[in-house]
Design a binder for this molecule. Structure first.
Ligand code: 0CH
Ligand code: SF4
Length: 334
């Protein structure tokens, strides 16, 4: 049979699982449901998840994104304010109460679980070691569960070498939920070597979605000429997927927010492309990217399935009486 196309052949290894996790799904639902129940504006403290497409879509529906509660104008103090999926320090709900604001906390339950683990360490008299990235909102939120000085942030194995706790016998660690599984294992090992008495959290802090997306990328990356991760530059979990792809053997790995970001002139000749999306990246952008490749290549899609996810986190009771239409659901599901 003669070839029906003169486009070069390309296999796209599409990772599964990819994209929205249960915590992101829940957080976006909370904003959509709040808009339906209370009307616009609904204030959202920080990007609900780190994705411009999601943020702009919610802005179109009437959400107003702020960084601090003080930005809510006095005439809108009765509008709800949603806290993002990344979690907030304890001072934020306290501040909301002091300002008489009605807040809805969209912190992922798995981030809240890490908060509880940190508090548990402290209750048992341990100084808390938090493994994570300085300045990230989740790290600010987790550190802010405890009084100043009760938590030490460790970012690298070098930080472990420099760490000089007052009582090396009384330490407990937790981590950010979206870290590299491999790098974190190295840091934990270094900590355990220096501080054998250090207690682990009762449950793994890196979440199921982070772990599953990294596993899928690791498996799909071997032998790929290029690996694209759909995600934003401020998305920790998405950036970790780019690193995982490169380490697992992709010749080049890039983070892209939209199909328009694909640097076609740099790509050159490719036969195998890996594709995945961070936990905050909507599926519609994955499809947009596949279509962009179909315009230039004769594409064969090859699904790289490594796990099936069934997690589903319900929204808070106050929003459960609001019905979502099919159009709302399409938005929520990306
Ligand atoms: O990966 P990070 O934490 O930067 O956040 P994201 O990209 O908004 O993804 C959702 C995870 C939210 C909290 O774990
Ligand atoms: Fe929750 Fe994990 Fe998703 Fe973060 S990445 S929102 S911790 S499920």
């Amino acid at each position: 049979m003669p070839a029906l196309t003169n486009k070069p052949p390309l296999t796209i290894r599409l990772c599964q699982p990819r994209g929205f996790c249960a915590g992101v799904d829940r957080a976006i639902q909370i904003v959509v449901l709040a808009l339906k129940k209370y009307g616009a504006p609904v204030y959202v403290r920080h990007e609900i998840v780190h994705n411009r497409y999601v943020v702009e879509g919610l802005q179109d529906l009437g959400a107003v994104f702020i960084e601090e509660l003080s930005e809510i104008p006095p005439e809108h103090r009765s509008s709800p304010v949603v806290f993002s999926a990344h979690g907030v320090p304890k001072s934020v709900p306290a501040d909301a109460e002091a300002r008489n604001l009605f807040y809805l906390d969209a912190t992922c339950p798995l981030v809240s679980k890490v908060h509880k683990q940190a508090l548990r360490h402290q209750r048992r008299g341990r100084h808390v070691v938090l493994i994570g990235h300085a300045g990230h909102p989740e790290v600010i939120g987790t550190m802010g569960q405890l009084p100043e000085g009760a938590v030490t942030l460790i970012e690298t194995e070098d930080d472990v070498a420099r760490f000089a706790p007052a009582d090396p016998q009384a330490l407990g660690f937790v981590t950010q939920t979206t870290l590299s599984v491999e790098d974190t294992a190295g840091i934990i090992e270094a900590l355990q070597q220096r501080f054998p008495a250090m207690e682990a959290p009762a449950a793994e802090s890196i979440c199921y979605a982070t772990t599953n997306r990294q596993d899928a990328v690791k498996e799909a990356a071997v032998g790929t000429d290029l690996f694209l991760i759909v995600g934003a530059p401020n998305s920790s979990n998405s950036r970790r997927l780019v690193e995982v792809a490169e380490r697992a053997g992709a010749r080049l790995s890039l983070l892209v927010q939209r199909a328009a970001d694909i640097p076609w002139s740099e790509i050159g000749t490719i036969r195998a492309l890996g594709l995945s999306a961070g936990a905050s990246a909507p599926e519609i952008i994955v499809n947009e990217i596949i279509e962009a490749f179909k315009d230039r290549f004769d594409v064969t899609l090859d699904l790289a399935v490594t796990a099936t996810e069934t997690e589903d986190f319900p929204v808070m009771r106050v929003l459960r009486d609001v019905e979502l239409t099919a159009a709302d659901m399409a938005f929520v599901n990306g």
